[in-house]
Structures are given as C-alpha cells and as structure tokens.
Design a protein around this ligand. Structure first.
Ligand code: UFG
Length: 337
C-alpha cells in the first residue's frame, strides 16, 4: 500500500514509518516541521536502507492538502500530525482547535474527492475524560477536560460522521495510552520541542544532566505507593499496532476503535526506579503537589485490540527505559537542528 503518514517526522510517526516500510508498504511523510526536525529524515533513511519521500505541507491549508492527495496515489492516510500539549492548549485554544480539526477536515475532504478509502487516526486515552473507571474500555463515553482533549473527542466524532455519510470510508480510531521508549538503534526517539510535559522525556533529561531533578506530582493518590499510575507502552509496540490496524482495515467496514496499551499500570516511582536501573545511577526527585487535571490511574483494557488485531504490547518497562536511555544518552540535546 502507498500510505500518506502525516506527522511522519514526529515521535510516533517516525517509528511507524519505519515499520510500514519494513512491512513492505510505501510510506510518504508529510510534515510541516513545526514540532519536528528535518534531521530525523536521513536517520530514517539510514535505518530503512532506502530513500523516503517527504512533502512539507501545512495540512490546514486546504488547497495544498488537496494537491498533495490529488497526485499521491494513496490507499491510506495515517494521521499523526497535531498539537498535543495539554497546558499549551489551555493557553491557545483557538490554535489547537483550528490546527487539529482543520488538518483532519482538509485531509478528509481531499480523500473523499480522490477516493482514498482508509484513515487511521491518532486518538488518545484522554477521550475517556477524568471520571472513567479502570481498566478503560472502548465503549465508555467520551469527554475531555482541556482543549487538546476536546480536539481528540471532536476529531473522533468528525470521522464517525464522515464514515456514516461515505460507506466506502474505513476508519481506525487508535486510542494511545502512554507511549515511551525509542528505536533499538538509539538514533531515533522522542525529542519534545521546548520543556517536555510528559514523564519519560523529563526523567530522561534529568538522567542525562539537562535538568536538575524530577518533580513527582503528588504522592498521596489512592495507589499502592501514592504516585500516579499509567499504562506505558513501547513506541515500537505502538507502531506495530498501526501496521496491524491498517491490515485489518482491509476487511473491517466503517469505524473501528481500538485501545493501544498494555493493560498494566506503572507508578511514577516505579518508572523512576526502572530508569535508574537502565542508566546506572539514582535520579534526584522531589515530591511536589498534584498537577491539576491529573487522574490517579489510567490504563487500558486492551482485549479488543488483542482479539481483533492479534496485537499485544509485549515490551517491558525495563526495555522501555533501556531504549529511552540509549536514545537520550546518544543524543543528549535531541536531533540536530
Ligand atoms: N508526572 C510527574 N512529574 C512530571 C510529569 C509527570 O510526576 O514532571 C506524572 C503525572 O502526574 C502522571 C504521570 O507522571 O501521574 C504521567 O504523566 P504524563 O504527563 O507523562 O502523562 P499523562 O497520562 O498525564 O498524559 C497523557 C498524555 C496526554 C493525555 C493524557 C490523558 O500526555 O496527551 O495522557 O490521556 F491527554
């Protein structure tokens, strides 16, 4: 299949692009490089052993997206591109709604016009809102607590409505839990722009000496050690989930929703301990107040993806930390500019 990978230069997009190529697909990256670096591309090409077509397009620009899809010959779009920082979305809601919804809308319009039948969407466990019980199941109601989360809820709804109106459209809504880790080569990984928001890149930057200490946001949650528990999954397992979902869309009509997680939660303290084992030294931490909006626990019921995709996220927390450390220690400042 010839596949358009939006946000293919980003963290999850880059790992997925490699696995698509390894599975025999032809992946074309489209990225505006607003939150990613061009220097990821030669690294991907070195790992893939071939050149990769890259198009620089702002997908909110309707005519540019139309032109991209018109002459692409694509059979599927995997849509990773989007803004994803919860706090920033509260500060800049209009930017978040127009970017995240706008790119999905212009892709869908261009796909309909040119008969591209498959859409795989990067959704998030954030769509379960703040009052969901655990483990989280796909049939739970959706809601959000911040503009970023609402863009995911709304994009899911847009895709469901589009699939009702166009029976030839096949959609996978992939609800990611907490992706971490890096490619085993240590040459591609997560390189957040600015100050990271998420636990793993913060731990990795403390370990490599870029930050002084890790703040643990709350140790008084109703969890075994008092710190928040999340469902961390290795980005390579997550990438494999996309390949499996794409294959399955060959036979699944309409919209399919799949949680992508391990189903097993890990606490902040457990993650810090695992990372200390991986990097070989203790990490300075300080207990801080809870972060507003955080829940005590979030983890998937991954049984639907296991049953329908034959997919499981099998890599361990220690593997996630070892691979993150290899990437971070080889690239202390991330990708070159
Ligand atoms: N944490 C800390 N210190 C930090 C950062 C995080 O203790 O400096 C803790 C958090 O309190 C939480 C855990 O580490 O308990 C994980 O936090 P992340 O920010 O890495 O992940 P979240 O689960 O909070 O957020 C993720 C995605 C969001 C998404 C949300 C809900 O990053 O995009 O899940 O699905 F909205």
């Amino acid at each position: 299949m010839r596949i358009l990978v939006s946000g293919g230069a980003g963290y999850i997009g880059s790992h997925t692009t490699l696995q698509l190529i390894a599975s025999g697909h032809d992946a074309v990256i489209v990225d505006d490089f607003s939150r990613s670096k061009r220097s990821v591309v030669p690294r991907l090409e070195a790992l893939a052993g071939r050149s990769i077509e890259v198009r620089e397009v702002d997908l909110t620009h309707v005519p540019a997206t139309e032109a991209l899809v018109a002459d692409g010959g694509f059979e599927a779009v995997i849509h990773f591109a989007g803004l994803k920082a919860v706090g920033e979305s509260v500060e800049k809601p209009i930017e978040y709604y127009s970017n995240n919804l706008g790119s999905t809308l212009s892709l869908l319009a261009a796909m309909r016009r040119h008969g591209v039948p498959k859409f795989v969407f990067s959704s998030s466990a954030t769509v379960y809102g703040e009052n969901a019980s655990v483990p989280m199941k796909e049939e739970f109601p959706t809601s959000a607590t911040n503009p970023y989360g609402w863009t995911k809820v709304m994009q899911e709804q847009i895709l469901r409505d589009a699939a009702v109106a166009d029976p030839s459209l096949r959609v996978a809504l992939l609800r990611y839990f907490n992706p971490v880790g890096a490619h085993a080569s240590g040459t591609i990984g997560e390189d957040p722009s600015g100050i990271p928001n998420n636990l793993m890149p913060l731990i990795a930057q403390v370990a490599v000496g870029r930050r002084q200490k890790l703040l643990i946001y709350g140790d008084d949650y109703p969890t075994p050690d008092g710190t928040g528990r999340r469902d961390y999954l290795h980005v390579e397992d997550l990438a494999a989930g996309h390949v499996a979902a794409l294959d399955r869309l060959g036979t699944a009509p309409g919209v399919s929703t799949w949680n992508l997680g391990t189903g097993t939660p890990t606490s902040v303290k457990e993650m810090v301990d695992a990372f200390a084992r991986a990097c070989g030294h203790e990490l300075p931490v300080e207990i801080a107040p809870r972060r507003p909006g955080d829940v005590a626990e979030s983890y998937a019921d991954p049984s639907r993806a296991e049953a329908e995709l034959g997919w499981r996220a099998g890599r361990t927390i220690d593997q996630m930390c070892v691979d993150t450390w290899r990437w971070q220690s080889n690239n202390p400042d991330g990708y070159p500019a």
